[in-house]
Ligand binder design. Sequence first.
Ligand SMILES: Cc1ncc(COP(=O)(O)O)c(C=O)c1O
Length: 290
Amino acid sequence: MSLIPFDDRDGFIWMDGHFVPWREARVHVLTHGLHYGSSVFEGERAYGGKIFESARHTTRLFRSAEILGMTPTFSHADIETAKMEAISRNGFEDCYVRPLVWRGSEMMGVSAQAGSIRAAIAVWAWGAYFDNKMAGIRLTWAKWKRPSPETAPHEAKAAGLYMICTDSKHVAEAAGYADALMLDWRGHVAECTGANVFFVQDGAIHTPTPDCFLNGITRQTVIGLARDRGYEVIERTIMPEELGDFSEMFITGSAAEVTPVKEVAGVMYQPGRICEDLVTAYDNLVRGRA
Ligand SMILES: Cc1ncc(COP(=O)(O)O)c(C=O)c1O
């Protein structure tokens, strides 16, 4: 696979209030966000030039920053305007949108009280998160567990929390799987490395209670779609021993959208009626066909 490096592309990136040519959107190597994980971000998708749930993503970006004690120098409205301008300036209709807020280079120690709070927004073309997604993806168990809410700020979409996600996903991919299913620190089923999880049992939909991982915007959207369509949705503790009791499984996320799962480490599922119904319902909603 030939990779087009993300720092060597055409287009424009919004940085601290201005659009700069893509290749000039640089930060210094001595940047607090790079050394100490003091960075929060969003992952969004635009469909037909319109970002799905844009305002909710921006609200979560500001909430994530607030949780980590960062006060952006831009308003919610500034970010909303900049996201739309980034899409039009780069000539996209369907694309991924990546706003980022991080601590700058003024201070280089654990404490960075007087450091700047920087912001950027980049957009790029991104097709399906998983190849051949409707056939169902293969998962294995993750190497790491989601930490307790007393250990990490799980409501923040914070870069530091992705350390265990990237490592878990790399290990899973090296073993031939598409992604990893994470347990939490108690041993309950939690989520994938960048998406929430759902299971089907006797026509009802079961999903773990998001008490130590991101309560995704797609997760909340899909729960609403499922209930509108008459499915019972049960949020509860799910144990790994239960995986064989379910007939279908799917994951949700802004990047992953609704993706069926066909295996978790030897436990097999047949992507079926409920998966397909919700894949279609979500697709119709984000494309304004609902
Ligand atoms: C770890 C993790 N969990 C869940 C999600 C799903 O969140 P959302 O549906 O808001 O994109 C994401 C994606 O942002 C994620 O990275």
